[in-house]
Design a protein around this ligand. Structure first.
Ligand SMILES: C[S@@+](CC[C@H](N)C(=O)[O-])C[C@H]1O[C@@H](n2cnc3c(N)ncnc32)[C@H](O)[C@@H]1O
Length: 385
């Protein structure tokens, strides 16, 4: 365990903060937060984002930097790896890159652990070990022997293994694709700290029934997401809720969108639309657009005429442009699928219904079909992969 001066007091303050925000609700998880030292899982430093320029750059902060412990105990996500390789200890100064591993903000980690609704004796599979901090909380709460965690990146997993061991925990750690789960095993709870486009079949067959629960973020290629909690009955069918709040996680590596091609020029006949950039910027509207066109990618850019939001579906070779034109917006589309119409239809109906929150939607899961359902707006199948 960490012997860093002030760590214990900071852990208690962190527990107070996330208890006051309502994310930490039970004495058992509070006890875990008070015991597990987050700094033990961040010994190579963190990357702090600097958004002052055109592109985000990542400033490495080393553990010997004054105030490091205060940063560690902020309720913040800290990026710990860029582009699948660079860790803060290797960066001489600010660097560009895409985050590929992080320590998730503690309030979200704990909120998800609370939503998991574990009881003593339950076994848990975690997807996305990352730094190992959330794995350690699970071990502290349930005992290491009931915790299995999968991490796709061998170096990330290796570091987590060392840090868990020195903190006194000994869960089963697996290096591999978490989308495969652990064949031949059943878990009372599965929790993912990376997001997926659809719940992998392997997780469905590895969830204990009846009574098993999967907690994951469903994400898509428009970069919209929803945290869902799904409970399974004895037939293996799942019913779930979309939880409130704007929760996003880095996508599971195999579910990431393919690289974008050279963007096509705007085409098709433009007509006026009520679906403006502001409307499409709303968290739930963006997610509905993604449900309506699940294989389309979203690209936002500006031209001389104004802002453009392109929805580009390479699978059906279709595209839709929502475009600013003076004081109004237009939509145009090309290709075999009328994705502009589909997005406009659902977003307009959602607006007319009073813009209901994501938490008014439900999730239905069968072995062959996963559907997001709203009592009045309709239902949408998630992609089958
Ligand atoms: C947000 S981080 C995990 C945070 C972690 N639970 C913590 O508290 O530090 C997400 C992790 O998921 C991992 N990951 C991405 N795709 C994965 C996959 N298919 N299987 C397992 N892990 C994956 C990433 O390498 C990354 O380390």
């Amino acid at each position: 365990m960490s012997s860093t001066t002030g760590s214990e007091a900071r852990r208690q303050r962190l527990a107070d903060t996330i208890q006051n925000s309502g994310d930490l609700r039970s004495p058992a998880w509070r006890a875990a937060v008070e015991v597990v030292p987050r700094e033990d899982f961040l010994p190579a430093g963190i990357f702090q984002p600097d958004n002052s320029g055109k592109y985000t750059v990542w400033k490495p902060i080393r553990p010997d930097t004054p105030g490091y412990l205060d940063l560690v105990y902020e309720d913040q996500s800290w990026v710990t790896q860029l582009d699948g390789e660079t860790i803060p200890a290797q960066a001489a100064g600010p660097v560009e890159g895409a985050p590929t591993s992080s320590s998730t903000l503690p309030s979200l980690v704990v909120r998800m652990l609370e939503e998991l609704d574990v009881e003593d004796g339950m076994n848990v599979l975690e997807i996305g070990t990352g730094t190992g901090y959330s794995t350690a909380l699970l071990c502290q709460r349930l005992g290491s022997q009931l915790v299995t965690s999968i991490e796709v990146d061998p170096e990330v997993s290796g570091r987590a293994a060392a840090h868990l061991k020195s903190a006194g925990y000994d869960p089963t750690l697996i290096v591999g694709d978490g989308l495969e789960g652990v064949p031949e095993q059943r878990f009372d709870r599965i929790i993912a700290t990376c997001s997926v486009r659809v719940i992998p079949q392997a997780w469905l067959s590895q969830t204990a029934v009846p009574g098993g629960r999967i907690l994951t973020t469903l994400w898509g290629w428009m970069d919209a997401s929803a945290l869902v909690s799904v409970d399974f009955d004895e037939t293996g069918h799942g019913q779930g809720t979309v939880l409130p709040g704007m929760v996003s996680f880095m996508p599971a590596r195999a579910h990431q969108a393919p690289p974008l091609p050279v963007l096509p020029d705007r085409a098709g006949t433009s007509r006026r639309t009520a679906v403006t950039g502001e409307v499409l910027g709303d968290w739930t509207a963006r997610w509905l657009a993604q449900l309506a066109a699940p294989t389309a990618q979203r690209v936002q850019y500006s031209e001389a005429g104004g802002r453009r939001i392109l929805m580009l579906d390479r699978e059906s070779d279709s595209a839709a442009w929502f475009a600013e034109d003076g004081d109004h917006w237009t939509v145009s589309q090309t290709g075999t699928e009328q994705i502009g119409d589909r997005i406009e239809d659902v977003v307009e109906r959602w607006t007319a219904a009073g813009s209901p929150d994501q938490s008014t939607f439900r999730v239905s899961v069968t072995p062959g079909r996963q559907t997001i359902v709203h009592p009045t707006l309709g239902s949408w199948d998630l992609p089958t992969l």
